[in-house]
Design a protein around this ligand. Structure first.
Ligand code: SF4
Ligand code: SF4
Length: 306
């Protein structure tokens, strides 16, 4: 039987992850470590405790719930969690009256059960031209038997399926989902491999390889580019990216996604250092310039945000 992945969110009525009204399933775990990631809870393949210290009123209700003794009241009266002892069991979460505690990552239902849940919104999908998007983390890094069963079931039910991926996945996983995926939302971060390694932790070789394979296979592809200053927002870097896309993929829709800092609070709640100093969103004027630049390279179906 397929191993069940972890899920950290199922977002209904999404309008940003493909056409129409969609339900997006966020699987937990990603092989990349993008330095600008705004969903840091998506990176680890294990469950993680998130604690919102701004919400915590140090009532102490969670103290006795922890079997590891990881929660204690300090000399200043404040209640704190020692991450060194926390095993992310989640036992403390329901004891908090302020919703300051949250467990990121719960086992997904069986693929057939999840498909049933998703199909409950079929009416919205059909009326809006929407469907289901599998995202992450990196959905292709999950158990492929599970994903294939889920995608096949949705596809056989006539639901539009989009795969939101960073592309860093075994070719075999891509091949197995190919017959059931209606759309590939494909991230491209940097064509310069040195930049890619430095900012994501991996080479872009496999990513470009899988993208070229999908294009050769006739898959419908949308390219998504997180635009981060000073990583990849230079005109030269964007021209190189455009040239690669037009040569290997053709003229797909391209979404330029300006860097934003909404994930900063999540790093705090996970108890990890965001390490994002020095990144910033390009100005609106610069984003407009990049759109024009892509158009000059033949990529005229470009959207901002999304
Ligand atoms: S998640 Fe479990 S181990 Fe961690 S603080 Fe809560 S109760 Fe303790
Ligand atoms: S139960 Fe919630 S509000 Fe109370 S001390 Fe624990 S985390 Fe803080």
């Amino acid at each position: 039987m397929a191993a069940r992945p972890l899920i950290f969110n199922i977002q209904r009525f999404s309008t940003h992850d493909g056409p129409g009204i969609r339900t997006t399933v966020f699987f937990k775990g990603c092989p990349l470590r993008c330095a600008w990631c705004h969903n840091p809870e998506s990176q680890s393949f294990s469950p993680q405790l998130m604690v919102d210290e701004d919400r915590c009123v140090s009532c102490g209700m969670c103290l006795a719930a922890c079997p590891q003794g990881a929660i204690a009241r300090g000399a200043d009266g404040c209640v704190r969690t020692d991450r060194a002892y926390c095993v992310a069991c989640g036992a403390c979460v329901d004891f908090c009256p302020e919703d300051a505690r949250e467990l990121a990552g719960t086992p997904a239902p069986l693929a057939a059960e999840l498909a049933d849940r998703l199909l409950a919104d079929r009416m919205f999908f059909e009326r809006s031209g929407g469907g289901v998007t599998l995202s992450g983390g990196e959905c292709l890094a999950q158990d492929i038997d599970y994903l294939e069963e889920l995608c096949r079931t949705l596809h056989d039910e006539g639901v539009h399926v989009a795969i939101d991926t960073c592309g860093f996945a075994p070719r075999g996983h891509v091949e197995r989902l190919l017959p059931y995926a209606d759309l590939w939302l494909y991230d491209l971060k940097a064509l310069d491999d040195e930049v890619h390694r430095r900012t994501t932790g991996v080479s872009n070789e496999r990513i470009l390889d899988n993208l070229a394979f999908l294009a050769r296979s006739g898959a419908k592809i949308e390219i998504r580019v997180p635009v981060v200053h000073p990583v990849n927002d230079g005109e030269e870097a964007m021209c190189a990216l455009a040239a690669y896309v037009t040569e290997r993929v053709g003229t797909p829709r391209v979404s330029l996604l300006p860097y934003h800092t909404t994930g900063t609070g999540k790093y705090r709640r996970l108890g990890v250092d965001p390490g994002q100093e020095g990144f910033r969103a390009p100005s609106a004027e610069h984003m407009d310039r990049l759109v024009k630049l892509l158009a000059e390279q033949g990529l005229t179906d470009v959207e901002l945000g999304g």
